[in-house]
Design a protein around this ligand. Structure first.
Ligand code: FES
Ligand code: FES
Length: 164
């Protein structure tokens, strides 16, 4: 049996004091210990991107990070995108562009785009498309996701409000 460690994860601005085994992934801790099941798990070894969140603003595959490594960081998950009942512009663009079908990959794409646009607001359309190829979607064929992401990029270029 592995001894557990007490840590506090700050997720979407809220502290979660939890006990975790040192080898527990951040993805599992978010889902099982923080009750935030919006972060999905697919491959669990860094390939599919379904588990993407942001850590200190950067997109991270949470299945590849231990929970103990994230203590003290600003962790953001899909649950933090909306403002109460109001969806973020990026979420709204996903709906309007029909950028999801089953929705399994969607939290990962949203957080990948959110982190990318915040880190690299001057990214080109082509660079954004290249980054989107790092996450897997088995339903949409990507065109609608790319359209939604480019609308979010255009929104970020033309407003001071956050796109995500
Ligand atoms: S579940 Fe993390 S990359 Fe697939
Ligand atoms: S919407 Fe089904 S996997 Fe992407």
């Amino acid at each position: 049996m592995t001894d557990k460690t007490k840590i506090t994860l700050t997720v979407n601005g809220t502290g979660h004091a939890i006990d975790v085994a040192p080898r527990k992934t951040l993805a599992d801790a978010l889902r099982e210990d923080c009750g935030l099941t919006g972060t999905h798990l697919g491959c669990e070894h860094g390939v599919c991107g379904a588990c993407t969140i942001t850590v200190d603003g950067a997109p991270v595959r949470s299945c590849l990070m231990f929970a103990v490594q994230a203590e003290g960081a600003d962790i953001r998950t899909v649950e933090g995108l909306a403002n109460g009942p109001d969806l973020s512009p990026l979420q709204q663009f996903f709906i309007e562009e029909h950028a999801l079908q089953c929705g399994f990959c969607t939290p990962g794409f949203l957080m990948l785009i959110d982190g990318t646009l915040k880190q690299s607001p001057d990214i080109t359309d082509d660079e954004l498309t290249e980054i989107l190829s790092s996450n897997l979607c088995r339903c949409t064929g990507y065109r609608n996701i790319i359209r939604a992401a480019r609308r979010a990029l255009d929104h970020a270029r033309t407003t001071t409000e956050p796109a995500a």
